[in-house]
Ligand binder design. Structure first.
Ligand SMILES: NC(=O)C1=CN([C@@H]2O[C@H](COP(=O)(O)OP(=O)(O)OC[C@H]3O[C@@H](n4cnc5c(N)ncnc54)[C@H](O)[C@@H]3O)[C@@H](O)[C@H]2O)[C@@H](O)CC1
Ligand SMILES: [K+]
Length: 497
């Protein structure tokens, strides 16, 4: 699903109006119908909606929604926060409202009296995508007041005060329980610092032109489903590829085992783990399918071994910081010709010596979390800036960077960003990242496309976490459970193909 900027959304509206064709007022009617029906589905009639309307088209939506909710039988009120003269479609809907079913709340004082009522459904239709500056003065006071009020809160299209595709400096922003947004998610919904304002968000299809959507490029996409590459019916183990995990060390082999197991359950033909003398038994007992590449060091990996027939190396989880291990890493960067997946401590080596970034082979996959990303590429005050840097760095080094988080952002060497839509906070635990890195290694040989592999692996990893929470409370899901559920996630993705 594409994520468009406000300018492109406006173009999409306009294109639809001209080419469907449909009047702007009827498009508003269609959008508002979607909202009213959504509310009807989720809120019983003892909720009493108060629509707080601005004077632009977001306010126009609000007035149309008020009319519809009143028709459905909700006891509905409207507060006209910016007066009675607004955009053409606002004015038209204000006129249509005049049917005796909707009360207009006169004066701020009378609005305030509702603030202690738990059954009020506050509907924010003050500003939508037309917000051009931070909200100040009386309107800021109004928003702050509603934020403190009892009741449920729904934002139409986007919470008022929040910019859709740039950082928001203003302090007065509507705090929604749910945001009902038209046609496209806004980039702002995927930004961690906006969580408290956006709440849960739902996209309502208002039938904007498919032709416009298909033909218009966007740098951002949200992955809603994936297509898994299957091996040929005549495949032998070599076709499913070979992956070596270079991770762990004495007392830290759990990371290597998790990564290797994840790779094994992700379709790999042959899994190998590079292991020190002291830890060979750990691997062999945990994963009977694994081959061992024997490292002559006792405690920390350090030998550059024969990786020539390996399709992919996963390097980094819990490797530790021994000098010999760092040297091994540099040798791998200089000499290995296959696909590299770099995670965890390997990313720290890169941030300790950023000149190593020049050695990364094209198409290398890095999988940093936000802390690792900032250590590598500099501190960021907001996530919008971080995403810009993500695009720049993926382009500059011609690599794939999978920035992990609630909506993991995967940047391509062309600077495109694909946000992942699956997963939940049960996965924010030590070991989840090892599982993801292993999955990428396990999945790469079948797709042979590093970007697609990263997108698919992030999606399956998250889906596995979502499936886990059907059975386990979020606090009790473990990374091993993610691996156990992978087959269910894979099946779901295969069935939808
Ligand atoms: N164009 C279309 O066809 C559709 C538009 N829709 C709605 O239209 C909305 C966009 O409408 P508009 O472009 O009219 O914009 P808004 O309704 O967001 O408001 C824009 C108005 O507010 C003023 N304004 C902006 N920031 C302000 C601030 N901080 N303080 C005071 N005034 C401020 C602007 O000067 C302008 O008059 C969408 O978010 C969506 O809700 C929907 O009805 C779907 C269809
Ligand atoms: K709004």
């Amino acid at each position: 699903m594409k994520i468009f900027t406000v300018d492109k959304i406006r173009e999409a509206d306009q294109f639809t109006i001209e080419n469907e064709p449909i009047s702007s007022l009827n498009l508003m009617e269609r959008a508002s119908t979607q909202v009213a029906q959504w509310i009807l589905k989720y809120f019983p009639k003892y909720y009493r909606p108060i629509i707080v309307a601005g004077k632009g088209n977001n306010g126009g939506d609000g007035l149309a929604i008020a009319r519809m909710l009143a028709t459905f039988g909700y006891q509905t009120k409207v507060y006209l926060a910016m007066g009675t003269d607004g955009s053409d479609d606002f004015n038209a809907n204000l006129e249509r409202l005049d049917n005796g079913r909707v009360d207009i709340i006169e004066g701020y004082q009378s609005l305030k009296e509702r603030a202690i009522d738990k059954n009020i459904l506050w509907i924010d239709a003050l500003f939508g995508s037309g917000l051009s500056r931070p909200i100040e003065g009386g309107l800021a006071e109004l928003i702050d007041y509603i934020n403190k009020a009892e009741g449920k809160k729904i934002a139409i299209d986007i919470p008022s005060g929040l910019f859709a595709d740039q950082p928001t400096e203003g302090k007065s922003i509507f705090q929604a329980d749910t945001t009902l947004s038209f046609q496209f998610p806004k980039l702002a919904f995927l930004i961690p610092e906006n969580e408290a304002y956006v709440g849960d968000w739902t996209i309502l299809d208002i039938g904007l032109s498919r032709e416009y959507i298909d033909q218009t490029e966007s740098s951002f996409e949200l992955t809603k489903h994936i297509k898994l590459t299957k091996a040929s019916k005549f495949a032998h183990k070599g076709d499913r590829g070979r992956c070596t995990i270079i991770a762990g060390g004495y007392t830290r082999m759990g990371a290597a085992v998790l990564a290797a197991r994840a790779a094994l359950h992700s379709g790999i033909g042959l899994i190998t783990v590079q292991s020190c003398q002291k830890t060979i038994n750990v691997v062999q007992q945990s994963i009977p399918e694994a081959l061992i590449l024997k490292d002559c060091n006792e405690y920390s990996l350090g030998d550059f071994l024969e990786y020539g027939n390996q399709d992919v190396l996963v390097v980094g989880p819990a490797l530790g910081f021994a000098e010999k291990t760092k040297k091994l890493f540099v040798e791998i960067l200089k000499n290995y010709k296959g696909q590299l997946v770099l995670d965890a401590d390997a990313l720290t080596y890169l941030s300790e010596n950023t000149e190593l970034l020049q050695l990364l082979p094209k198409g290398t996959i890095l999988t940093p979390h936000i802390g690792e990303f900032d250590r590598l590429f500099g501190k960021h005050d907001n996530h919008f800036d971080r995403l810009k840097k993500l695009q720049q760095k993926a382009k500059k080094h011609q690599i794939i960077i999978l920035l992990k988080g609630k909506y993991s952002a995967i940047a391509s060497p062309e600077g495109q960003i694909y946000f992942n839509s699956t997963g939940n906070n049960s996965m924010a635990k030590g070991g989840s990242g090892d599982v993801l890195a292993g999955m990428i290694g396990g999945m790469f040989p079948l797709t042979k496309n590093p970007l697609q592999t990263a997108i698919n692996a992030a999606f399956l990893h998250g889906l596995s976490g979502d499936i886990a929470t059907d059975t386990y409370d979020e606090d009790y899901v473990t990374p091993s459970i993610l691996i156990e559920n992978l087959h269910l996630a894979q099946k779901m993705c295969t069935q939808t193909q």
